[in-house]
Design a protein around this ligand. Structure first.
Ligand SMILES: O=C(O)CCC(=O)C(=O)O
Length: 299
């Protein structure tokens, strides 16, 4: 079959870079052109293990505090599931607190990741707005944490070329709700609808929607590529304007992924506004800088 006979989704694939043989110019080119790259052999195992162990110990302590049984061999999924049986509210609150561990800070600022980011942006002055980072736990068949098609930029309001690092603690296969991304979609800021009432629900991240998403969805689905299986040690770099969405987790395991954002401190737009960024303090500042692309809904 000729390439031109293939549907667009089969022709495009996400480029891979090996951290140990990094070609900086090729990385910069693919990042800007495609808006999504896979970096292999980058995350040192100790940093992942430490984050993983902290979660295991915390979950075990919660189970002990509730005077329930567990086995020393229980994995993260089993422990989290156990907490869910005690209290769904408690299990849900854990979706938001993993990033509060010092081990999370260490992982997202570990030496190889910082070397990569500094090479990508050609500077050592990197802004990481901690409030924009997350330790995601995406449970099987649980839609609440899934994000519809979006760009990260309006959520975070760091530089427009901010890189999200998507760092799995455990393997993420395609049935576990891999991301779907539109390669090369990182060229424009899309208009958004900001949902004021939804934002008031503490854990609900669905408060920003691409305007007219229902008219665009079919095209996005046709243009998107599903990120292939990613093993711990690799990460995905995603440009802040790349249109992407969460996948549905149809497996029997949760998806454990650390996310962090990196941008050059001296980005001219962010510098001009004295590093005024978004998330919990100023979640809707997109309206100040892109009033023509902002609308509000009372939902
Ligand atoms: O991991 C996911 O499903 C989506 C994560 C994401 O888009 C984000 O937090 O920016």
């Amino acid at each position: 079959m000729l390439n031109s006979d293939l549907p667009a989704t089969e022709i495009k694939s996400i480029k891979r870079h090996d951290f140990h043989n990094l070609n900086k110019l090729a990385l910069q080119y693919d990042y800007i052109e495609d808006g999504c790259v896979i970096i292999e052999n980058i995350v040192e195992p100790d940093f992942i293990a430490e984050m993983h162990d902290r979660l295991i110990v915390l979950f075990t302590e919660i189970i002990c505090a509730e005077r329930l049984d567990f086995n020393n061999t229980d994995n993260l999924d089993i422990l989290h599931q156990r907490i869910l049986q005690i209290s769904s509210e408690r299990a849900e609150s854990l979706l938001g607190i993993g990033r509060d561990f010092p081990a999370f800070f260490k992982l997202i600022s570990s030496p190889n990741i910082m070397t990569l980011i500094q090479a990508l942006f050609e500077t050592k002055e990197i802004q990481m707005v901690f409030d924009t980072c997350a330790m995601r736990i995406d449970r099987p068949y649980f839609d609440r944490t899934n994000l519809d098609w979006h760009q990260d930029y309006p959520y975070n309001m760091q530089a427009v070329n901010t890189a999200t690092a998507w760092i799995p603690l455990l393997p993420v296969t395609e049935t576990m709700g891999s991301l779907k991304v539109i390669l090369g979609s990182n060229k424009h800021i899309l208009p958004i609808v900001y949902r004021t009432e939804t934002k008031k629900q503490h854990f609900n991240a669905k408060y920003i929607e691409i305007a007219h998403i229902n008219q665009l969805r079919d095209q996005f689905e046709a243009d998107g590529v599903v990120v292939p299986t990613i093993q711990p040690g690799s990460l995905i770099l995603l440009h802040a304007l790349t249109i992407h969405r969460s996948g549905q987790n149809h497996s029997d395991r949760s998806r454990w992924v650390a996310l962090s954002r990196y941008s050059p401190f001296m980005d001219s737009a962010v510098y001009k506004r004295n590093w005024f960024t978004s998330r919990s303090k100023y979640p809707d500042i997109f309206r100040n800088y892109h009033p023509d692309l902002f609308s509000e809904s009372s939902e």
